[in-house]
Design a protein around this ligand. Structure first.
Ligand SMILES: Cc1ncc(COP(=O)(O)O)c(C=O)c1O
Length: 375
């Protein structure tokens, strides 16, 4: 029995007729760039996320770049973020000539450690990019407080967290991506809302920022051939938009099924009293909805556990094996091993287990049995 880390085929087969006819619709009307499907998707995303504006683009990486361009991040600026994320978060900062300033992560949820952010603020700090890693929001209450105290912009990297929400102490609940100034999403195929190629979007409640991003994504031109800014070419492909228009209708149901799988994993880990070996696993917290983009555990002998799982046909992944502060391309920033001890330890001891809406309970039982058996 093979259990992949993610099974995109089984999901496609469940919506094949709808997806195939949506793609055929684009081929028939030949509106390949922008057009009806893209507009429709932006409307659907806006109402799903509950933001005032949604602007689609070519990828989550571009969403981050466009967001930073919209707030005028440039050489000499510093942007605070986490070293424990996909490269694009910090890559977008560096691409604009600005400096990523890394703040280590929280032991409990692998998101930026908000108790360490203030120490990293300088007179050059322009923004904070919290990443809602694995499907759970960073502590947006504290981040919003710090941002308003130092007059910083907040760009949420919600690429892994569509549909997650955050409950503030006063009881207000907000969706990931709508709390800061701008939220960025990725529709990379493996994401909870994944296209069949690349795709991304930016959401905001600020009309001026939304207008600016719309212009920036078409080489800064408004009207066409009159260039107001030096932008980029970053549009959501119409075929991808048509696919996303089908898939977004199922997203809530798929999210609930992911949450169920995560609960099964958590209960089995508890039942089998593996908690002394598994020192970290995500759990469900009321009001702080985790959408389980990934189910990541921390375990001693991680590499040996991965080997055992892989030998038994079970897919795994490590998100992320090298934290960004010690990536070769960032060596000029001057960080060294040991500077971000929590991230470094997670990089050595965590692994992602299979999670997707269609994952069967017997698969989870098998995975947990294999992890639990002593080699
Ligand atoms: C946290 C995070 N940020 C940014 C990105 C970049 O998104 P994309 O792959 O769509 O460019 C991803 C996706 O891989 C991500 O997981």
């Amino acid at each position: 029995m093979k259990i992949p880390l993610l099974d995109l085929k089984v999901q496609y087969l469940s919506i094949k007729n709808e997806v195939d006819s949506a793609i055929q619709g684009v081929l028939n009307n030949t509106s390949f760039i922008m057009g009806e499907e893209v507009n429709k998707f932006e409307e659907s995303l806006k109402s799903y996320i509950r933001s005032e504006y949604a602007v689609s683009c070519a990828s989550g990486s571009d969403a981050l770049l466009l967001a930073l361009m919209a707030i005028d991040v440039k050489e000499g600026d510093e942007v605070i973020t986490t070293p424990y994320t996909f490269f694009a978060t910090a890559g977008a900062i560096s691409r604009l000539g600005a400096k990523p300033v890394f703040v280590d992560i929280d032991e409990d949820d692998c998101n930026i450690d908000v108790s360490k952010i203030e120490k990293a603020v300088t007179e050059n700090t322009k923004a904070i990019i919290p990443v809602h890693l694995y499907g759970k929001c960073a502590d947006m209450e504290k981040i919003s407080e710090i941002a308003s105290r130092y007059d910083l912009k907040v760009i949420e990297d919600a690429c892994q967290s569509i549909g997650a929400n955050f409950r503030f102490e006063d009881g207000t609940v907000k969706q990931a991506g709508t709390i800061g100034d701008i939220g960025c999403f990725s529709f990379f195929p493996s994401k909870n809302l994944g296209a069949y190629g690349d795709g991304g979007a930016v959401v905001t409640n600020n009309k001026d920022l939304a207008e600016k991003i719309k212009i920036l994504r078409v080489h800064g031109s408004s009207p066409k051939y009159y260039h107001k800014y030096i932008g980029i070419n970053s549009r959501l492909d119409a075929i991808q938009a048509a696919i996303l228009n089908v898939k977004i209708k199922y997203l809530d149901e798929w999210t609930m099924r992911r949450i169920e799988k995560a609960k099964i994993y958590s209960n089995m880990i508890k039942e089998k009293v593996m908690e002394n070996r598994i020192s970290y696993y995500p759990f469900f917290e009321y009001g702080k909805q985790h959408i389980y983009h990934q189910f990541v555990i921390q375990i001693e002998n991680r590499d040996e556990v991965i080997k055992r799982l892989n030998d038994n046909g079970i897919g795994t992944a490590v998100y992320y094996p090298v934290p960004l502060h010690i990536q070769e391309c960032f060596k000029d920033l001057g960080y060294k091993k040991g500077d971000m001890s929590v991230s470094e330890r997670k990089a050595e001891t965590t692994l992602a287990l299979p999670i997707y809406p269609e994952l069967k309970k017997i698969f989870i039982e098998k995975i947990i049995d294999i992890i639990g058996c002593k080699s």
